[in-house]
Each structure stands twice: as structure tokens, then as C-alpha cells.
Design a protein around this ligand. Structure first.
Ligand SMILES: Nc1nc2c(ncn2[C@@H]2O[C@H](COP(=O)(O)OP(=O)(O)OP(=O)(O)O)[C@@H](O)[C@H]2O)c(=O)[nH]1
Ligand SMILES: [Mg+2]
Length: 298
């Protein structure tokens, strides 16, 4: 009995989730922590900023870093997003490449980053619910061959919570021996304000098309915890008056839709009743405006 206690080591560290846009990194993060803390949508580049989700077990604590999907920079915003990925690779103990089963290919620059980062790489072949057993087996073989330097390859479905815990267990042995880095009750390194802003932004990604989601940024301006409810005010920034009109909709119907859906998710996340107040504002060209980007926290 004594022997067993002595042999048990505690491990803790960081695993960066990286991959192409829409690979399912944020879905995987949310499944891992069991709450929505990162925005998810079918559109590419939903995630813009790093967020850490914390998975705590008695024997290990794993801090998953969700990163933006890698794209060739077209805006200053994209440059800062690419830097987020590089920073995440530099800081992490393990790299988890999330590769969607239906589109597992990676551009050369990305493969190069993975090979040269010097960190153990685990490949999570995601979205396997989209294929049958035979197809998944073939894809796994192909991935194992292509990522012969990976320490493990695991089929998962973030959406259906399949093999998500198993993924944590595969990553854990590659973490350093360490006491927990975060409070065991803590789910993320970001503030509740940040997560609220991301949830509101997610709704814009879900409900609007073309340039609108990519021209949108959300800032929580007020967050007041009262006895029976939490009052939250947020500003939704777009780049043009025409986009503002789209977000508000006829008689405010579009904005109401965003607000209702966001409030539900925020109430779930916080576990309290929420009163959510939204304002739409125009900030011309904010994606290329360094001062604005700074003010938005990039
Ligand atoms: N069928 C299926 N769909 C999934 C799975 N995981 C994620 N998706 C869907 O894939 C889309 C993209 O998911 P995200 O989690 O936003 O992807 P991401 O990698 O974070 O994307 P970016 O933030 O744009 O880099 C969403 O519509 C998800 O519902 C899965 O296991 N199976
Ligand atoms: Mg994402």
C-alpha cells in the first residue's frame, strides 16, 4: 500500500490544440471542460484569441490551449492570430494536432511548424462520426504514416464526446511532474467577461453571412453581480453602417435573436440569471487599425 502511494506522481502542464480552421479545436476544448467557454461555428476562423480550458483529475491536470486555425495572414488581425499559434507552440508541453477526418490535409508551413517545435505531438483525428469503421481505419493508417513522429494518434469525436477523456489520458504521460498549476475548480484562464464576449461573438458567426462575422468584435463593458441576477452590457463593433443595420435587423429583431441565444449560454456558463444589454457600434477598419486592435485586447 505504502509503495503504491510513493509511486504515484502528479503531472501538470499545457497542451496546445492546433489545426486548420474548423477542425473542431474549440468543440474539443468545450467537451474537455464540460462547458462552453470557447465559441464554435461552422465558419472558419471563429477563434481569434487563445483561451485555456482546464481539465483536472486526481492524478493530473491538463491545461488545453485553444488557438485560432492557421491561415495565411491577410489582415493585421490575422498576423496577431498567427503569432498566437506560435506563442502557444512555444509555451506548451505537448502539441495536440486536431485533424478533421473529412479533411485531414495540412499546408507545408504547418507541418514544418509541428516538426520543428521540438514538443511531443499527439494527433486527434476528429469528426470520426462522419465516417464508417472502414473509412476511419484507413484514415488512421494514413495519418500514422504521415505523422510518423507523433507520439500517439487517436480517433475522436468532439461533437459526440467520444474518446475525449481518452485523449487527455494519452497526453498526460507527456506532461512534466508537477503539482496542479490551477485551482481544481477553475475551468479557464480567462475572465467571465471574456467568455461572455466570445459567446456573443459566436452568435454573430452562427447567424450572419459573408463579411459580417469577420467584421465583428465584442467588448463587455459592464458586468454587475446582483443578488438575484447578473447584469451584463456589451458593445458589438462592426466596420460599416450597413453592417450595423444588418445586426440590428428590422425593429431590432436580429439583435434580439443574438441577445436571447447568448443570454441562454451565458446563464448556463455562470449558473445564474442574466440580464443582457447589447449595443451595436461602428469602428471603421478596426481589423487593420493597430490602436483599435490593442483596445480590443489583441
Ligand atoms: N460532425 C462533427 N462535427 C464537428 C465535430 N467537432 C466539431 N465539429 C463541427 O465543426 C465546426 C467547427 O468547429 P470549431 O470547434 O468551431 O472548429 P475550430 O477548429 O475551433 O475552428 P476555428 O476556431 O475557426 O479555427 C462546427 O460546426 C462544429 O460543430 C465532430 O466531432 N463531428
Ligand atoms: Mg475555434
Amino acid at each position: 500500500m505504502k509503495q503504491e502511494t510513493e509511486n504515484r506522481v502528479h503531472r501538470a502542464g499545457f497542451a496546445a490544440l492546433v489545426g486548420m480552421p474548423s477542425a473542431g479545436k474549440s468543440t474539443l476544448l468545450n467537451a474537455m471542460v464540460g462547458r462552453k467557454i470557447s465559441g464554435v461555428s461552422p465558419k472558419v476562423q471563429t477563434t481569434r484569441r487563445r483561451i485555456v480550458g482546464i481539465y483536472t483529475r486526481p492524478d493530473f491536470q491538463l491545461a488545453f490551449t485553444d488557438t485560432p486555425g492557421l491561415l495565411t495572414p491577410r489582415y493585421k488581425l490575422h498576423e496577431t492570430m498567427a503569432k498566437e499559434i506560435e506563442a502557444a507552440l512555444g509555451d506548451t508541453d505537448v502539441v495536440v494536432l486536431v485533424a478533421p477526418f473529412d479533411r485531414p490535409e495540412l499546408p507545408e508551413t504547418f507541418t514544418h511548424l509541428l516538426r520543428s517545435c521540438g514538443k511531443p505531438v499527439v494527433v486527434a483525428l476528429n469528426k470520426i462520426d462522419l465516417g464508417n469503421q472502414e473509412k476511419v481505419r484507413t484514415a488512421l493508417e494514413e495519418i500514422r504514416h504521415r505523422f510518423d513522429y507523433a507520439v500517439a494518434v487517436l480517433p475522436v469525436s468532439a461533437l459526440h464526446n467520444f474518446n475525449v477523456e481518452a485523449l487527455a489520458e494519452v497526453v498526460a504521460p507527456h506532461l512534466p511532474e508537477s503539482p496542479p498549476l490551477f485551482d481544481p475548480d477553475q475551468l479557464t484562464d480567462r475572465t467571465e467577461r471574456f467568455v461572455c464576449a466570445e459567446i456573443i461573438r459566436e452568435k454573430v458567426f452562427l447567424y450572419f453571412e459573408k463579411e459580417v462575422p469577420y467584421s465583428t468584435e465584442v467588448v463587455v463593458t459592464d458586468f454587475k453581480e446582483e443578488e438575484s441576477l447578473t447584469r451584463i452590457s456589451a458593445e458589438i463593433y462592426v466596420e460599416r453602417e450597413s453592417q450595423k443595420r444588418i445586426l440590428i435587423g428590422s425593429k431590432g429583431s436580429a439583435l434580439t435573436r443574438i441577445g436571447t441565444a447568448a443570454r441562454r449560454d451565458i446563464e448556463n456558463m455562470l449558473g445564474v440569471k442574466v440580464f443582457l444589454d447589447l449595443y451595436v457600434r461602428v469602428a471603421p477598419e478596426w481589423r487593420n487599425d493597430e490602436r483599435r486592435l490593442k483596445r480590443f485586447g489583441y
